[in-house]
Structure formats: structure tokens, C-alpha cells
Design a protein around this ligand. Structure first.
Ligand SMILES: NC(=O)c1ccc[n+]([C@@H]2O[C@H](COP(=O)([O-])OP(=O)(O)OC[C@H]3O[C@@H](n4cnc5c(N)ncnc54)[C@H](OP(=O)(O)O)[C@@H]3O)[C@@H](O)[C@H]2O)c1
Length: 222
């Protein structure tokens, strides 16, 4: 039997991350689940839970190095840490923008650089970043400027990763959810039609399809 593929998932204890982690485990991947607090995972032979602060660049690159030494290779990555802040462009300030860039861009960048280099050396790799559909909505600047600016960086980064990896079978895509059906979103928008929202399980399937070469889109959306 072929060795199990390894996927690294950040934000693994989050709403989407939990479902993505369980999905890959159900497909017999070896999952390295990066968390930085509580998690609700049951013990599984294929699940390795790692505490990692993705804001710490040095810790991230040392972590990737160590993981490669222990496990040999990391085939896929879903870098899902991120978060939201509301705010119009006319009131945007540097502190808000830097906070969003740290949470939505640097949280991924600290990992995708060492991961990409490792995957290029290995001549195989799939990386999924967590963008947002609102980057493409013309009205988003009136409601969530620093958020969409920070998420927009991921789309350019993905292009750059694809360019760097084009001769090495290393590809990257940006998952672009609209509103995800999470308990927090239900509580903050109780009047909304939840049936229109993205289900974490459907988003998880998009990531699986990209990792398994059934979907080659550079933007993954439902
Ligand atoms: N929810 C939506 O409607 C929506 C829509 C579009 C895009 N997205 C994007 O999709 C992704 C997943 O969303 P989600 O709703 O599942 O988010 P979530 O539930 O808030 O999960 C994010 C996870 O990242 C972790 N995290 C935060 N800072 C960290 C750090 N410094 N080091 C390590 N981990 C850290 C959080 O841990 P703690 O909870 O312990 O802080 C949490 O487990 C995010 O990138 C989000 O921006 C979400």
C-alpha cells in the first residue's frame, strides 16, 4: 500500500479547520494539526496535534524544519488561520491594517515560504490559503476595508507560489468562502438565511479536490 500523504493544517481547531482536519483524517491522510489553544479532537493514530503560534516567523520555520526531519515530507498544506474586522476605508488606520495583515497574511506567509521551498525540493506539493469572496465584492470597501486588503495579498502570493513551483509540481490555490455557516456567524446575524452560507464540509471537499488534483482552479469557491 502507498504511504499515507501528509497534510499540515493551521487554524485546525477553528470552525473550518476542525471540519477540514476530520475530513482529511477520514481519507487516511496523516494530519499535522496546528492549534494554539483548546481543541476537541479525539485521539487518532494519524493525527498529530502541534501547538504553534503562527505569528512567530522563527517558530514557524523551525517547526517546518523539525516536522520534515521527523516525517520525511509534507505533501499538502491548508493554511486556515484568519479573522475578520469591520470598518470603512475612510476610517482605516495603520494599527487596524497591520493587525489584519498579521492575522490574515503573515499567519500564512510564515509557513508557505518554508513549505514551498520544501515542496519544490520534493517536486510535489499542494498549498491552500484562506482568502475570502468579499475581496471580489465592490461594496466590501465600505464595510470591511482592512480585512479585504489583508486577504487580497493572499491571491497575489498564490500567483507567486505558482510561478516559483511551476516546474516542480507545486501548486497553490486560494479558498474563497462567502459567509461560512459557523455558530459565531449565526449568533451575530440571526436574521440571515443560513441556507445561503457556505457549509464547512463543502469547503473541506474543495480543499480535498485541489489536493487530489480533481480541481485545478486557482480560486476555490462554491
Ligand atoms: N467565518 C467566515 O464567515 C469566513 C468567511 C470568509 C473567509 N473566512 C476565512 O476562513 C478561515 C477559517 O475561518 P473560521 O471561521 O473557521 O475561523 P476561526 O473559527 O476563527 O478559526 C481560526 C483559527 O485560527 C486560530 N488562530 C488565531 N490566531 C492564531 C495564532 N496566532 N496562531 C495559531 N492559530 C491561531 C484560532 O485559534 P483561537 O480560536 O484559539 O484564537 C482559530 O482556531 C479564516 O482564514 C477566515 O478568515 C471565514
Amino acid at each position: 500500500m502507498k504511504d499515507a500523504r501528509t497534510i499540515l493544517i493551521t487554524g485546525a481547531a477553528g470552525n473550518l479547520g476542525t471540519v477540514v482536519t476530520k475530513k482529511f483524517l477520514s481519507l487516511n491522510y496523516r494530519v499535522i494539526a496546528c492549534v494554539h489553544g483548546q481543541n476537541s479532537f479525539d485521539h487518532s493514530e494519524n493525527l498529530l496535534i502541534e501547538e504553534l503560534n503562527v505569528f512567530d516567523e522563527t517558530a514557524c520555520s523551525q517547526f517546518i524544519q523539525r516536522t520534515i526531519e521527523i516525517h520525511g515530507s509534507i505533501d499538502c498544506a491548508a493554511l486556515l488561520v484568519g479573522g475578520f474586522a469591520a470598518g470603512k476605508i475612510d476610517g482605516m488606520n495603520e494599527a487596524q491594517l497591520l493587525k489584519m495583515i498579521q492575522l490574515n497574511f503573515l499567519s500564512a506567509q510564515h509557513l508557505f515560504i518554508p513549505l514551498m521551498n520544501h515542496m519544490i525540493e520534493n517536486k510535489m506539493g499542494r498549498i491552500v490559503l484562506a482568502g475570502a469572496q468579499s475581496v471580489f465584492a465592490p461594496s466590501s470597501g465600505t464595510k470591511m476595508s482592512s480585512y479585504v486588503l489583508s486577504k487580497s495579498l493572499l491571491f497575489k502570493a498564490s500567483e507567486l507560489i505558482n510561478e516559483a513551483g511551476k516546474n516542480s509540481n507545486v501548486t497553490c490555490s486560494v479558498l474563497s468562502p462567502s459567509t461560512i455557516d459557523t455558530p459565531e456567524n449565526r449568533a451575530s446575524m440571526p436574521e440571515a438565511d443560513f441556507s445561503l452560507w457556505n457549509k464547512p464540509s463543502d469547503l473541506a471537499q474543495l480543499i480535498v479536490d485541489f489536493c487530489e488534483d480533481r480541481n485545478h482552479q486557482m480560486v476555490l469557491s462554491l
